[in-house]
Design a protein around this ligand. Structure first.
Ligand code: NAD
Length: 497
């Protein structure tokens, strides 16, 4: 019997054998390792009712006490770091070092949440008018929801619930049904950190659970991270039902290589940006825009770097040998990526490093794809327009920086963009004109850390206030402005005999 992943409702771990379920794979072998229940309205009602009931007491808990829960949580994550990483690697397919990155980036968000007493400071102005003072209070919203993707099983949930809870909200997490085991572990540690029952809840499932959350009258805010069509749907449906929504979508990120770029460093950065996490990153550098002679200088080393990447199993913890790259999340996703590469080839692009036949001898049914470089990609190709989300790097040759910026700016997405150059003038021009929320200058993956907002633009984000940083504090709080006047005599006249 395969284990069934439990929901976490009102402080109880509950399995629901009566519900339909979806398989959780070990992508390294293709084996099914657990069954994720397809929760619906009943589970959502129970989770939201628990969160709603827990809100008044949690809201009244002083911010310093709420922060203390996250100081303990931080320590528990450190103590259980290896266990968390092993779970991420097993159910997702990240290499050990990528899994460490996933958990560590999440941990930084917990650390940020520990500073909540100062993050919640309001403003005051004395003597707004004579004898009248004004202050702002930042108060929690109530029940908040997080709906998360498969590709960062630890970090993305931790983008959301630590800060939401530290701000005084209660929370329902709906993790990706492809990677629910990491979410369960994160919930167990939160329980151990001493969070009161009902403050945090987990409901598993797909669209029925999401729809029940988006339309539930007691849900006040929804944070979403996932693909663009679903992000748009979440934003439209959630806002139509009166919720505050932030919805991060997909991406297509360009890396411009100028003729004066440091070539070895650019190759290293491109290989990491394109093939790290098997390309399953919203900040993956999926297209190199080479300017003028940069292509000829770059390509031989880039192709060699791609061919040198060793693909292998990620489900055996160290000291077992670790590969450079793990499998993709599922067999259908692998087929989709293969189809996109084939479409590029059919439309005239050239596969110059071909990872399509990657095999892992002791895991013939794993969902593997090797690092692939496709040269001569043109703007009109499907491969150039659609998010691939696999270890595939497109190379598009540009005449000059203007053409490279125009190509990047023509994208429907606007998540990340980077330039490699030694020219301050070119870098300045690029950062000023490029249409992307996160820009790297000689940095291939300019993903922001916890104290800065994760600022996608256009089809990479729907909403007003981004995830992470001060914008996230604003997202999880509502401002109250209090204007005060006390009647009596003049200034200095209080209780005078
Ligand atoms: P996805 O959109 O398929 O799923 C995300 C979440 O939405 C999951 O919890 C899933 O259960 C739910 N969902 C799926 N289909 C749904 C539907 N029809 N109705 C309601 N809910 C639905 O995304 P994914 O494949 O898990 O993750 C990969 C995507 O996430 C990529 O497009 C990637 O770029 C994006 N992503 C974006 C960011 C960012 O910050 N911009 C970060 C990480 C991942």
């Amino acid at each position: 019997m395969l284990p069934r992943v439990p929901h976490y409702l009102a402080g109880e771990w509950r399995t629901s054998p009566e519900l339909a379920s979806t398989p959780v794979f070990n992508p390294s072998t293709g084996d099914v390792i657990a069954q994720c229940p397809a929760g619906g309205a009943a589970e959502v009602d129970a989770a939201v009712a628990a969160a709603h009931a827990a809100f008044p007491a949690w809201r009244e808990t002083p911010a310093v006490e709420r922060a203390r829960v996250f100081f303990r949580y931080r320590q528990l994550i450190e103590q259980n770091f290896d266990r968390l990483c092993a779970t991420v690697s097993r159910e997702h397919g990240k290499t050990l070092s990528e899994a460490r990155g996933d958990v560590h980036r999440g941990l930084e968000n917990v650390e940020y949440a520990c500073g909540v007493p100062t993050l919640l400071f309001g403003d005051t102005l004395e003597n707004l008018a004579r004898g009248v003072d004004c202050e702002t209070l930042n108060q929690p919203l109530g029940v908040c929801v997080g709906i998360t993707p498969f590709n960062f099983p630890a970090m993305v949930p931790m983008w959301m619930f630590p800060l939401a809870l530290a701000c005084g909200n209660t929370f329902v997490l709906k993790p990706s049904e492809k990677v629910p085991l990491t979410a369960v572990l994160l919930g167990e540690l939160l329980e151990q950190a001493g969070l009161p029952k009902g403050v945090f809840n987990i409901v598993h499932g797909g669209r029925p659970a999401v729809d029940a959350l988006l339309t539930h009258p007691q849900v006040r805010a929804v944070s979403f991270v996932g693909s663009t069509p679903i992000a748009k749907y979440i934003y439209e449906t959630g806002t139509r039902h009166g919720k505050r929504v932030q919805a991060n979508g997909g991406a297509k990120n360009y890396i411009v290589i100028m003729p004066d770029a440091d070539i070895p460093k650019s190759v290293e950065a491109l290989a990491t940006a394109a093939f790290g996490c098997a390309g399953e990153r919203c900040m993956a550098g999926s297209t190199a825009l080479t300017v003028g002679p940069a292509a000829e200088r770059l390509l031989p080393d880039l192709v060699a770097a791609a061919r040198a990447i060793r693909v292998g199993r990620t489900d055996r913890p160290a000291p077992a040998p670790q590969p450079d790259m793990g499998p993709l999340i599922s067999a259908p996703h692998r087929e989709r990526v293969l189809g996109l590469v084939a479409s590029g080839e059919a439309e005239g692009a050239k596969v110059v490093a071909d990872g399509r036949n990657a095999r892992v001898a002791d895991a013939p049914h794993g969902f593997y794809l090797g690092a692939t470089v496709v040269d001569g990609v043109r703007a009109d190709m499907t491969l150039a327009r659609e998010e691939v989300f696999g270890p595939v790097l497109n190379v598009m040759r540009m005449d000059d920086l203007d053409a490279a910026i125009a190509q990047a700016n023509a994208s429907a997405f606007g998540n990340g963009a980077a330039i490699f150059t030694q020219s301050g003038r070119a870098a300045r021009e690029f950062k000023h004109r490029v249409k992307a929320g996160m820009v790297g200058i000689n940095v291939g993956v300019p993903a922001t850390m916890a104290m800065f907002p994760f600022t996608g633009w256009d089809d990479s984000f729907y909403g007003d206030l981004h995830i992470q940083g001060r914008e996230a504090v604003q997202f999880y709080t509502q401002q109250k402005v209090v204007t005060t006047r006390w009647f009596g005599g003049d200034v200095g006249d209080v209780w005078k005999k």
